[in-house]
Structure formats: structure tokens, C-alpha cells
Design a protein around this ligand. Structure first.
Ligand code: ATP
Ligand code: MG
Ligand code: MG
Ligand code: MG
Length: 461
């Protein structure tokens, strides 16, 4: 079953307009990346632009959750369900239907179209949301409706903007496979796999933290495509599904080394980061030292470090791209169109890091041997400054050993360096790398990425 298509067609049959994915870089400086399907509709939700003619929409949105408010970079490779880049299916009501229909549609899709067994399903509601509890009780045994507080059942896009209580659908993957304390319902383990979040958009949060009721309550939902595919394919880990497995096999082939229980995390991180970096590059984000370009660099360097762990000593990511294109290129044409550009950029950046990674790893290991509790902030800074190890990479390398970096010292050195750089800065050019991208557009004849077609929502209304 093509779940992406099934979903969009299901909601189309319920009167929704199918809308293309918007770019990963939102037209909003407060938001690092598009991190949910609702981002392209946020001005409609808050009422700052008029509602479209059809108040119902559905989409499959590419999302990145790295480096911003929703940051899953630290989870990748450690959980079975998190990616830095993923596809979010969603249906939206702009002041049209509300809780009753949102729940009924979701239930129908999950139990009829996806045909998930009812005895595996659980739902959560906000602790004060009796209305949602009562609606759900018509479909599912109330013993499997859990009430949680703001932390789990209140959704906000960012620190400001549209938000509201939510209700989520979980799939029980079985105690026999998952039985750590985190795997209880409401814990952060993978047994109860969260598949779908229904947000009842009722408020707008202003910069001073106040919640203002929205003129008309709306619906925003998000379902992770990779998770649903994994469930349908009967695998317990997203990385064992057809979205990732061929990439992992290709890494094994290139590394000439099969993955093992001990090192599988590295293969998964590389597969995940290949997707994120390739899409980001294809949409015009370049490697750099600040903002989004630095997030891209951090993701790529993590992939390189995991490549290093399984034996790579020279660039390898570009050789994985064709496998990714086989999986996603049909739907995401920008991967195919920008293939050579992506390969070249990946290789350049990998090259830069491979030049210093050996020395950096030796310095790291030397220091590690002398570390008892806190890893030296000076060495972490040297790794950053001289060898190009982003701080979060060093932190990740220490994670298994339960060690932390001396952040006070690190920040002190960082601030000192920034002050010196500022004093020395005499340039007047554009510090962003937009200029670079313009040159590359000329060199490669790239199209500047503006969305999947010209029917992006904003241009329509
Ligand atoms: P989790 O609790 O598993 O981190 P979440 O509550 O942060 O998920 P939401 O913000 O509710 O996720 O997003 C809606 C849906 O998007 C989730 O129910 C899930 O199916 C999917 N999703 C969220 N984050 C990721 C991710 N990093 N990788 C893959 N799918 C994701
Ligand atoms: Mg999350
Ligand atoms: Mg959650
Ligand atoms: Mg959620």
C-alpha cells in the first residue's frame, strides 16, 4: 500500500484540498526549519491572513527537527522512531470541522484504511479535555484513553503562535519486545509508538506568554509516515523498514562490513543523516558556521564521525545518494534534479572534516583517558576550533560513558573568540551565504527551491 497516497486520497474524499509540501526553510526567522505540516498554514490559523475558499486541506510535509525548538538530533540512532528529516501527513480544518470529525476521520483511517488491530490502539487526551475523552469513548474502550498534562498533550509550534490541547493515537508494539521502565504508556520508550497527533487549535500564544483564544477553533493533525510504514511492514524499528533498509545495506557494502548489535546505531545515524543533508542541500541550504547552515554541518559531521567508527577514511555519502533516490526520488523530484550538486557538496564537506578527524579523535581519546567526571572545556573548544568538531558532536561521543563537557569553560573560550573575531572584522560583505548560493545557481543551473509546484498555498489565496 502506498500510504502517502492512501492518506491524501482519503482526505480528498472528505472534501480536503491536497496541498504540496512547503520548503524546509520557512519564511519565518523565528523558526529554524519547517517542523510540522501546519507551518505553511500558521497565518491562516491565527487569522492574520484570510481563510481560503476551501477550509479543509491535507498534505504530506517534509519536516526537519534538528537545531530548533523541536530537536530530535540527539534521539537519532538511540530510539527506533526518530529522524532528523521525516514526512508528516496531515489534515487541517480552518475554522470548519472540530474535535468530533477530526477524531472520527482519524479513527476511520487507522482502523479501516490502515486496518490496524483495535486491540493494539491507545489514545491520550489533555487532562482537562472531557469533550475529547467523551468523543473517543464512542470508539475505544475508555480504559485505553489516558489523560496527560501540558507536557504531553499541549502542542505549540514554537514559543509563540497557534497552539492548543491535543489528542494522540498510539500503537502498542508489545511488551514482549519492549520492557524498559521508559516503555510504559506515557514514558519515552518505543513500546507505545506515537503515530498521530490531533491538535485542537484553540489559542495563539503571544510573545509575553499569554494565550488568546482564536476566533474560530481549527484542526491540525500530524502523522509520521515512516512510523506507519514500519508498523505496516511488521518491523519494530523504523530503520528496518523499506525506507531505510536499502541504505543500510548499501553502507554495509561500501564499508565492507556487516552491521552488528553493537554498531548498528552508526549505520542508522548515517542513513538518517543522508536523508536530512541531501534534502537540505537540494533546497539550497549550504554548509556554514551559523544558523541553518551550521545545523546542516553538524548533521553531516555526525554522519562522518559514525562513518569513521565503522571504518570509512574518505568521503562515502555521495555513493549512497542513488539508493536514497531509488526510495524517494519518485516523489521528491528535487533530489533527482540536484543529484550532482548534492553529491559534490557532500563530498567537499566530508573532505574538510576527514582532513582533521584523525587528529581530533586522537586528542579526544587522549583526553578521555584522563577524564573522570567532566570532560575538559578547553579540549572541547580546541576540538571545535581547530579540528571542526561541533560541541554537540563531542557531547554525543561522551554520551555512552555518561560524561559531560565543562560548558562553563567552553562558553568562556567561545565568547572570548567571538569578541576577538568581532574586533578583527572589517568586511562589509554579506555575511549570510545567500550570495554563495546565487553563484552556485549560476554554476549548476539550479532552480531556486520554492516548493513542489506553483500551487503553494499562499500564492493561491
Ligand atoms: P515523539 O513523542 O515520538 O517525539 P512528538 O510528540 O514530538 O513525537 P509531534 O510533534 O506530535 O511528535 O508530531 C506529530 C507526529 O509526527 C508524531 O506523532 C510522529 O508520528 C511524527 N514525528 C514526530 N517527530 C518525529 C521524528 N523525529 N521522526 C519521525 N517522525 C516523527
Ligand atoms: Mg518529539
Ligand atoms: Mg510525543
Ligand atoms: Mg506528539
Amino acid at each position: 500500500m502506498d500510504i502517502r497516497k492512501e492518506y491524501l486520497e482519503f482526505f480528498k474524499s472528505k472534501g480536503h484540498e491536497v496541498i504540496s509540501s512547503m520548503p524546509l526553510v520557512p519564511d519565518d526567522p523565528t523558526l529554524m526549519f519547517t517542523n510540522a505540516g501546519m507551518v505553511q498554514f500558521k497565518d491562516i490559523f491565527t487569522g492574520s491572513i484570510p481563510k481560503p475558499e476551501n477550509p479543509r486541506a491535507t498534505s504530506c510535509q517534509l519536516c526537519v527537527r534538528a537545531g530548533g525548538k523541536h530537536n530530535d538530533l540527539e534521539n537519532v540512532g538511540y530510539t527506533a522512531r526518530h529522524h532528523t528529516l521525516f514526512e508528516m501527513l496531515g489534515n487541517f480544518s480552518f475554522g470548519d470541522y472540530f474535535k468530533e470529525d477530526a477524531i472520527s476521520y482519524a479513527w476511520e483511517f487507522v482502523t479501516v484504511n490502515l486496518a490496524l488491530p483495535i486491540e493494539r490502539l491507545w489514545v491520550t487526551v489533555h487532562e482537562n479535555d472531557d469533550e475529547a475523552f467523551n468523543i473517543w469513548s464512542k470508539y475505544i474502550n475508555p480504559e485505553r484513553i489516558m489523560r496527560f498534562g501540558d507536557k504531553d498533550n499541549f502542542w505549540a509550534m514554537g514559543d509563540t503562535g497557534a497552539c492548543g490541547p491535543c489528542s494522540e493515537i498510539f500503537y502498542d508494539q508489545g511488551e514482549e519486545h519492549f520492557n524498559t521502565p521508559e516503555d510504559k504508556m506515557g514514558g519515552d520508550g518505543d513500546r507505545f509508538l506515537e503515530i498521530w497527533n490531533l491538535v485542537f487549535m484553540q489559542y495563539e500564544r503571544t510573545a509575553d506568554g499569554k494565550l488568546n483564544p482564536l476566533p474560530k477553533p481549527s484542526i491540525d493533525t500530524g502523522m509520521g509516515l515512516e512510523r506507519v510504514i514500519a508498523i505496516k511492514e511488521g518491523v519494530l524499528n523504523n530503520f528496518d523498514s523499506s525506507n531505510f533498509k536499502p541504505i543500510i545495506e548499501k553502507i554495509e557494502e561500501l564499508a565492507n562490513k556487516k552491521s552488528t548489535k553493537e554498531n548498528i546505531g552508526s549505520y542508522r545515524v548515517i542513513a538518517d543523516h543522508l536523508r536530512a543533508t541531501s534534502f537540505m542541500l537540494s533546497q539550497g541550504i549550504l554548509f556554514g558556521n551559523e544558523g541553518r547552515p551550521y545545523v546542516l554541518r553538524r548533521i553531516l559531521r555526525r554522519a562522518v564521525r559514525h562513518g569513521y567508527l565503522i571504518g570509512f577514511r574518505k568521503p562515502f555519502m555521495a555513493q549512497l545518494l542513488d539508493t536514497l533516490i531509488n526510495i524517494m526520488g519518485n516523489h521528491y523530484i528535487e533530489l533527482v534534479e540536484n543529484k550532482n550538486f548534492i553529491k559534490e557538496q557532500l563530498t567537499l564537506e566530508e573532505d574538510r572534516f576527514f582532513k582533521t578527524i584523525d587528529l581530533g579523535m586522537s586528542l579526544f581519546n587522549e583526553e578521555l583517558a584522563n577524564t573522570k567526571e567532566i570532560f575538559s572545556g578547553e579540549i572541547a573548544f580546541k576540538l571545535y576550533d581547530t579540528y571542526g568538531f561541533p560541541l554537540d558532536l563531542t557531547e554525543d561521543m561522551l554520551r555512552d560513558r555518561n560524561l559531560k563537557v565543562d560548558l562553563i569553560k567552553f562558553d568562556e573560550l567561545m565568547n572570548k573568540q567571538k569578541a576577538m573575531a568581532k574586533a578583527a572584522w572589517k568586511g562589509s560583505g554579506d555575511a549570510s551565504n545567500e550570495g554563495d548560493f546565487k553563484q552556485l545557481i549560476e554554476k549548476y543551473g539550479l532552480n531556486e527551491f520554492v516548493g513542489y509546484d506553483n500551487t503553494a498555498y499562499k500564492s493561491k489565496i
